[in-house]
Design a protein around this ligand. Sequence first.
Ligand code: BYC
Length: 474
Amino acid sequence: MAINYSERIPNNVNLADDRRLQRALEAWQPGFLQWWAEMGPETFQGSDVYLRTATSTDAQGWATFGYVKMPDYRWGIFLADLEPDRKIPFGEHKGEPVWREVPGEHRGVLRRLIVTQGDTEPASVEQQRHLGRTCPSLYDLRNLFQVNVEEGRHLWAMVYLLHAYFGRDGREEADALLQRRSGNADNPRILGAFNEKTPDWLSYFMFAHFTDRDGKYQLASLAESGFDPLARTCRFMLTEEAHHLFVGESGVGRVISRTCQLMKENNADKVGEHGGIDLALIQKYINFHYSVSLDLFGSELSTNAATYYSAGLKGRFKETDRDDDHQLNVSTYRVLKPVNGIVIPTEQPALNALNETLRDSYIADCERALARWNKIIREAGLAFELKLPHRGFRRSIGEFASVQVTPDGQIISEEEWQRQTSDWIPTQADREFVASLMKRVTAPGDFASWIAPPVRGINHQALDFEYVTALPAN
Ligand code: BYC
């Protein structure tokens, strides 16, 4: 169904027919705009940004590009089309018609899943709000803002579900989503990675690559949900998510590309004095962001995850394409555990190992992207290979939280860890060096010293297109 932009809240859910819901969301809207003004991108609220806006929720619905001031972006409620005969694809209710209302016995857990998902969206906008000041180009600035407005819309997506299906406690949760703040000691965001800083653009590209990719896998699992409104909203969110992942992967790829170019031009491994970021330092950033993102999948063995699955609320990645019983009451799954100083494979009930199952899908995806980055280095004729650290490296959640694991998977003592950690993750000096490169570049077609231009522009525009105009003075 096409999106109706003539209403105060654009939507494709016939909001005008449900006056109570419409009023509730219209009452939430000023708080959202206030939050955006306070916590959205710093100093650029008056700029004109070349943004895409969805016109419908099908694959062709992305045709509209034009200049928009971010506070005027038409945030709204867009669900993928209804499949009239859809059945619950997994769990104890497998094969029954999907729920169009909240199943009463699962109300609490469902609300919690929606709140956890919703909380990450404004958190990422908060983490990235200062990045405009040091953008490496207008192209990158525009992409950052596109991601930011869409994260704002993803918040709307979850708030719609809370308002439409969870009554008063849903409204309270929707308000709380605007009150928590990334990194705030008293009222932090729910999940660890969303309280970390995103201090520079290398961190941002890593975040968009590794942390947004968790979003892809979590949303894909929720897109299988037997609670159909959640499945439909996540399906549409996934189409937006693809661009965020592109920004991350291509951003890191362009940094690698530029480093390789500088290495060859100067016949040197170290390119810092030439305005680039060493491959060894890029590796440390990978180690940091990958390990923080692995934690987002929760504990390897989780009764919460088993409950979500059995209840039909959260499935596996590509659940419907899998060839098994979709109930997992008898099958087992391989889970790595640290036992007596070594990492060993164990067989666990598959139902309890669903977080690990999803993490495995994610890791395989990260490996594929890593191979594409390594191809850039290889094609430059250089002998260096980036690696993903072991899944137990630097974990705070789950089986590996109580041990220290090297990037290649050896369990080591706390002292050994303290001695070597500066070789593995960015030190204060590394971060200061990267920060020193972050100079704002806004001349159309120009790019900062540490990043290569992209292969092509957005929506077939040239690289020197003015992707953002009416820039603030500094
Ligand atoms: N940090 O049973 P366990 C995105 C808590 S990203 C802090 O293993 P469960 C995006 C857990 O809550 C996708 N706490 O956990 C990306 C539990 O607490 P209680 C976001 C954590 O429930 C970029 C306890 O530890 N979406 O969209 O199986 C930009 C025991 O844990 C963490 C979702 O996450 C952590 N990392 O799994 C913008 C989907 N991990 O019960 C957006 C919805 C666990 O002891 N969420 N805990 O108080 C879920 O499916 C699940 O909540 C989780 C955790 C997978 C996150």
